[in-house]
Ligand binder design. Structure first.
Ligand code: R5P
Length: 307
């Protein structure tokens, strides 16, 4: 079956990088807006009978990128695509995987239903907020992780006396997985969120005094979590020169200012979402293009073998 890879407007550079690894031309697809703000999507590529991969990460503006993805899927389906795989490196709304109060929606489930209803057969995502998000989908999910790539990058420059720190209780397993190949101990900051952008850190579990922290999280949005964790760690006697590792660096609102004020050595992240121009601190970016390309290649082989 012919493979078609198309990219939405959310991250053209990543689309081009994945196409390059796969030695494919990106399929023709245009996205613009009607004067009232509605999206207008046109899939010019011939997709009838094809195995189609649509790459669209859901960084800001989140809802707009989501809607664009849904329209691209629908267009491909109506043009007769045999199979549609949505490649969504950063899946927005994944933090809404449970209801804290009875007054909230289950956003992750709703987004999963919308993606399936649009006609997606399979989803590829990277470092979902939690493994539970996979359960929101009634279609197969290829849940990839960039953590081995990030750990591998860090291994070359990690200093002795480091401690891997989870900035909240929900991220402990992720920190443990990251720390294992580096053979580093793990500590945990107990975080309390007071609003969408405000966070407090109250306790730290683990031995951190005199250590250099490597904070590991799935995403940085406003950097409230990282700010609170770093301040608590410094107060507990950690060395400055903190490394922050996060797969998805959204860096919205006060994030750049907050990170700039912290005693950071660097931010280590991936290109799952486009970075804002020139962050005022050291950023090292590991590309996930080879990871996504490999997953597409395996899915393509699977479909040829009837998988
Ligand atoms: C929360 O559970 C996530 O893993 C992140 O820690 C959080 O969403 C980051 O958001 P912010 O940067 O706004 O604190």
């Amino acid at each position: 079956m012919r493979v078609v890879l198309m990219s939405g407007s959310s991250h053209p550079a990543l689309g081009a990088a994945v196409a390059k690894v796969l030695n494919l031309e990106l399929g023709r697809c245009t996205v613009d807006r009607f004067p009232d703000g509605e999206h207008h999507v046109e899939v010019a590529e011939e997709v009838r009978g094809c195995d189609v991969y649509l790459l669209q990460t859901l960084g800001p503006p989140v809802d707009s990128h989501l809607m664009e993805l849904l329209l691209m899927v629908d267009a491909c389906r109506r043009r007769g695509a045999a199979r549609v795989t949505a490649v969504v490196p950063y899946l927005a709304y994944a933090r809404h995987d449970r209801r804290e109060t009875g007054r909230e929606p289950l956003g992750a489930r709703l987004v999963a239903d919308m993606i399936r209803a649009a006609g997606v057969d399979r989803l590829v995502a990277v470092d979902l907020h939690s493994p539970a998000v996979e359960g929101c989908f009634n279609i197969p999910v290829e849940h990839l992780s960039a953590l081995p790539l990030l750990a591998d990058h860090l291994q070359r420059t990690a200093t002795p006396g480091s401690v891997v720190v989870s900035p909240d209780l929900g991220a402990v397993k992720r920190a443990e997985r990251f720390a294992a190949p580096l053979k580093l101990p793990v500590a945990v900051v107990h975080k309390y969120r007071t609003s969408g952008s405000q966070v407090q850190a109250r306790n730290i579990t683990g031995d951190v005094k005199g250590c250099t922290p490597i904070l590991v999280d799935d995403m940085i949005s406003t950097a409230g979590t990282i700010e609170a964790a770093v301040n608590a760690l410094i107060e507990a006697g950690c060395e400055p020169g903190v490394t922050v590792v996060a797969t998805h660096a959204l860096l919205v609102g006060p994030a750049l200012d907050r990170l700039h004020r912290l005693p950071l050595r660097r931010l280590l992240t991936t290109d799952s979402v486009p970075l804002p121009v020139r962050p005022p601190f050291q950023v090292e970016v590991v590309s996930i293009a080879p990871l996504l390309a490999r997953s597409i290649e395996l899915l393509r082989l699977g479909s040829q073998q009837g998988g």
